[in-house]
Structure formats: structure tokens, C-alpha cells
Design a protein around this ligand. Structure first.
Ligand SMILES: Nc1ncnc2c1ncn2[C@@H]1O[C@H](COP(=O)(O)OP(=O)(O)OP(=O)(O)O)[C@@H](O)[C@H]1O
Ligand SMILES: [Mg+2]
Ligand SMILES: [Zn+2]
Length: 328
């Protein structure tokens, strides 16, 4: 899928850690059982030494077949006794087996099917989330949560210009965003957050991102200037690395902040359009924040762009007075 090698490494590490934890936990369970039921420890020791006994029987000569048969039935009897002891003491029959997160590949990331080795979906998911993490390192995800979003910053009185109370409007927006995050899925609708500076657009989009990431969705958060600069660099630098573009199209949720503050040359406008268009075609959500009005957007990006981006999106109009200033 063309991820950077860093991303591959983190995803492999993630699975390795899962595997190790499952095995460690199984070892711990075994130790606990041994302490409580020493007989099981004896039996297991006996079972594991049966290979040596078999070898001795072969070397020692005599009726090897009969001796082997006896060893085998002893072995089976001991295994049965272990199981019985486990169950009668309230354990699971497979108490000593590692409980891997992914049963298909035992957290190795690969499995065999019809003689072919395939990449497991758990590794694919790990790759997506590691890829997203890499991009997310720039955003203060944990600071902007629903819990820290305070409606008291918005005036309750009706604003004479718009005819609505900012407090009421923002209560509706907050409820919508919470609901959206709670029910988020790969085909949730897109959102266009519009409004003046300092009204909580970035805050709420990060709050949604945080919830979606916690649910295991791949989320990319980036600002329009950062994004277009990166795409431009990759394109004109001929790095032949389409990983950014892939991730932008593949991620479960793409958040583009500050649309309109990038340098809107022909290249970035068409790149942005392509990304939005690809996502819309496969019903994948985008959250866009902007200070621009629809009319201003049309001027910069064309009608086609705006109808593509806004046609399907839920529009949220943020109201109020700059909270950055009020917080100081
Ligand atoms: N309702 C709120 N409760 C608490 N803090 C808030 C609220 N709204 C915004 N903030 C805080 O105020 C600051 C500015 O908010 P934010 O960055 O979300 O504004 P914005 O609408 O994205 O502005 P811009 O258009 O300039 O990007 C941030 O630190 C944010 O956490
Ligand atoms: Mg913002
Ligand atoms: Zn797997």
C-alpha cells in the first residue's frame, strides 16, 4: 500500500507486542495454575519428557512398537487428566494457550491460505492507524475534547445580525458533533464547519477525531496549508512516494483544517479537489473547517469544487465572539 518504512516498522512492532503480551499472559496463567494445583505441574513435566523416553525406548531395543504404544496412551491419559483438573478447578480447557487478539494470524500479521501467504486484515488495520498516528503527532488531540468544550463562552442573547442566539446555535452544534462522534463509521456524512476565528471549529473537529481514533478508526488531521505543501513537495520532488495521497484517500476520516489559508495555486486546488472527489465517490467522510463563506469558496475553488465538497456535507455555522481573546 506504499506506506513509509517507519509506518511498517511501527505496525509490525504493534503486532509483535500483542503477540508477546498474549504469550506472557499465558505463561502467567500457567504459573498461577501450577501454584494452586502442583499436580498439573508434575503432569506437564511428565508429558514434556515423553519425547526423551521415546528416544530411550528406541535405543534400548526390545519391543519398541509396544513401548511406544504404551508411552502414547500414558501421554494421552496425562493430557486428559490435566484438562479434567483444569475444568474441575474452574479454569478453561485451553487455559495455557495464548489468547491472541487476532485468531486468524495469531498476531503475526500473515496467514496461509491455499498455499499462499496473505497479509492479515489486522496488519492492514495496524498500518492504517500507525500511518495516521504519524501524521497526528502535530495536533494537540488530547487537549481539545468534548469535556473541555464549554458552552458558557457563547452569548445567550439573540444576535441582532443573524437573529439567533450563539449559545443556542452552539448547543445544537455541540450535540450534533457528540452524536456524530458516538455513531461514527466509515460512511458517516461529511461536515463543513464555517465561521469566524476562535469559535471552536478546530476544537470540535479534534474532539471528533479523538473519539474516532479511540474506537480504532484511522483518522488524519491536517491543515490545508500543511497538506498542500506536503503534496507539492512530494509531487515536484519526484519522490515517487504516493503514500500521503493514499492515506488521504484511504483513511476512515479526513479532517482538513483552515481551508482557504493555503496558497491556492492551480496545483493545490486540483489536488484538494481530487482527494475530496475520490473520498466522496467511495462515501468516505471529510471534515473541513474554514473561515470562508460559501461565496468566497466558490471564487477560490470553482463551483464544481464547492458543490462537490458542500453538496453532501452537513454545514455547521459557528457563531460567537473570539474565544482565544476571551480566554486570555
Ligand atoms: N467552547 C469552547 N470551550 C473551551 N475552549 C474553547 C471553546 N471554543 C474554543 N476553545 C478554545 O479556544 C481556542 C480557539 O479555538 P479553535 O482553535 O477551535 O477556534 P477555530 O474556530 O478553529 O478558529 P480559527 O478559525 O482561527 O481556526 C482553542 O484553544 C480552543 O481550545
Ligand atoms: Mg481552527
Ligand atoms: Zn491477523
Amino acid at each position: 500500500m506504499g506506506y513509509s518504512s517507519n509506518v511498517y516498522k511501527s505496525a509490525q512492532d504493534l503486532l509483535f507486542e500483542r503477540r508477546l503480551n498474549a504469550e506472557k499472559a499465558a505463561d502467567n496463567r500457567r504459573e498461577n495454575v501450577y501454584k494452586r494445583i502442583p499436580r498439573i505441574k508434575e503432569l506437564e513435566k511428565e508429558i514434556s519428557s515423553s519425547g526423551i523416553k521415546a528416544a530411550r525406548a528406541v535405543v534400548g531395543g526390545g519391543d519398541v512398537v509396544a513401548q511406544m504404544e504404551q508411552l502414547r496412551s500414558q501421554n494421552l491419559a496425562m493430557q486428559a487428566e490435566v484438562k479434567e483438573l483444569l475444568i474441575s478447578n474452574g479454569y478453561r480447557e485451553d487455559e495455557f494457550e495464548p489468547q491472541y487478539t487476532c485468531k486468524r494470524c495469531n498476531d503475526s500479521g500473515y496467514y496461509d491460505e491455499n498455499g499462499r501467504t496473505l497479509v492479515c486484515s489486522c496488519l492492514k488495520n495496524a498500518l492504517i492507524s500507525c500511518a495516521c498516528e504519524e501524521l497526528n503527532r502535530t495536533a494537540p488531540l488530547s487537549l481539545s475534547t468534548f469535556e473541555s468544550f464549554n458552552l458558557d463562552y457563547y452569548d445567550k442573547a439573540v444576535d441582532p445580525q443573524t437573529g439567533v442566539s450563539p449559545y443556542n446555535q452552539m448547543s445544537v452544534i455541540l450535540r450534533y458533533c457528540k452524536n456524530y462522534a458516538q455513531n461514527f463509521n466509515k460512511h458517516s456524512e461529511s461536515i463543513l464547519m464555517k465561521g469566524a476565528t476562535g469559535l471552536g471549529k478546530t476544537h470540535l473537529s479534534l474532539a471528533i477525531a479523538y473519539e474516532a481514533i479511540k474506537k480504532g478508526f484511522g483518522v488524519i488531521y491536517t491543515s490545508a496549508p500543511t497538506l498542500t505543501a506536503k503534496l507539492e513537495k512530494e509531487f515536484f520532488g519526484h519522490t515517487n512516494d504516493s503514500s500521503t495521497e493514499n492515506m488521504l484517500i484511504e483513511s476512515d476520516l479526513l479532517i482538513i483544517d483552515d481551508l482557504g489559508t493555503e496558497f491556492h495555486g492551480q496545483f493545490s486546488v486540483s489536488q484538494l479537489y481530487n482527494i475530496f472527489n475520490s473520498r466522496m465517490l467511495s462515501n468516505k467522510p471529510v471534515i473541513i473547517s474554514t473561515n470562508l463563506t460559501l461565496r468566497e469558496m466558490e471564487k477560490i475553488y470553482s463551483d464544481r469544487f464547492v458543490s462537490r465538497v458542500c453538496g453532501n456535507a452537513q454545514k455547521l455555522d459557528f457563531l460567537g465572539r473570539d474565544i482565544r481573546i476571551r480566554k486570555k
